[in-house]
Write a protein of this length. Sequence first.
Lengths: 190, 280
Amino acid sequence: MTNLTILVVDDDPVIRRLLEQRLIKENYQVLLAEDGYVGNDILSGNHVDVVLTDLMMPGDIGGIEVLEFAKNLERNIEVILITAHSSVDTAVEAMKKGASDYLEKPINFTELFLRLEKISTMRSLLRSAEDLRQAMDVTESTAAETIQNLEVTAAALQNKLDLIETVLTTDSLASEDKIFDAMDILQAID
Amino acid sequence: MLKITPAELKNIAQYIHDISGIYLDQSKSYLFETRLSSIAEELGCTSYQALHDKAKRDPGKLIERQIIDAISTNETLFFRDNGPFELLKHKILPEVIDLRAPSSPRLKTNVKIWSAASSTGQELYSVAMTIKDLIGTKTDNFNFKLLGTDISDSAVKQASYGKYNKFEIERGLPRPTLQKHFTLFGDSWKVKDELRGMVNFRKLNLMLPFSGLGKFDIILCRNVAIYFTLADRKKLFNKLADSLADDGYLIIGSTESLTGICPRFVPKRHLRAIFYQKKN
């Protein structure tokens, strides 16, 4: 079940086309952008799980800027950078800014699919952890309400018992008075 | 994964109880296996008995510490369960501030707060943030001393360092709070110095005597006694009563109860939460 939505940002039409075909074949949803400007526009208006962006693109918005824009928009978005071998250092720098990974050109598709598979697994694990946590929260708050009510009731009853014990052990009271007083305590509404 | 035998289960469960007070249900053998198998393998032990023997013979108690780290549950998050923090903000802290206010503006009083099973620190830092947000800079007359203790060395270490990754941060911390009290540190977030300065963390086994801790105004002991036997729970809350000021406040986990455990405490309700005070 691979239904991640992937945004491909690359100025090279051949690479865009190639990525689109291969990703669709693997059942991913694909969005395409020919530069960083269009990429950021698409990010603003669509749900995207993974951004696959070229590091070097013409114009002011390169891969790093797309990465920053995406992370700022949605912290959970995963960004994979595509780099030429010569710019590996920049890619490593980008990892520090929150990129999930980088791929060197020419793109090795086996490697790319492996990474996407990992992201997909990670996402579903996170989702089930979140589901479990929510289920636990509901159980916990329901149980808390019941337990806290019982706790207060038990303490009130204990208090009554203590008072009754005091009354019953008061030597100065006549037996009849002890019973009346004890009944009063029992019937008192908290 | 290395399988555990019934005999090993019995011995290891007893051993874990001895070193930590944690009582693990022996019917849940997978719990032992998932948490201890990697330690056993790492140390080249071919059975849990071998791990047990090795741990007992280890003079530096390094293996014991590893076992405690693995077995203790560090499930925690910032502002876990809103109730106690609302309680602190609207009821307990204002009351403590009134009660402890120094007679002269030139004097300073200590307000001591203890998180008795602080895990990786999120609870105590949440308390510190609640104090900061409530009284801001007017803390001049008060010296808030927040102590966090935990049995796990690695949990204490992380708490002291005050650094949290994005997964830990995303759970429970609203953005404005995050930006106010934390600074970005690489891919993680670090607690700001002024918050870090309010807290202290150290290792403590709740089964041992609480020597030298003194009395506290507020104690939080949430979701740790659930791992202890009834007898150990009674001992624990009795010791906590000894460590609490006569007009102090105790907060336990939202699904925990002290009925039949410690008659020295009375439950009191405020809004949708409960706290305990000592019976006078």
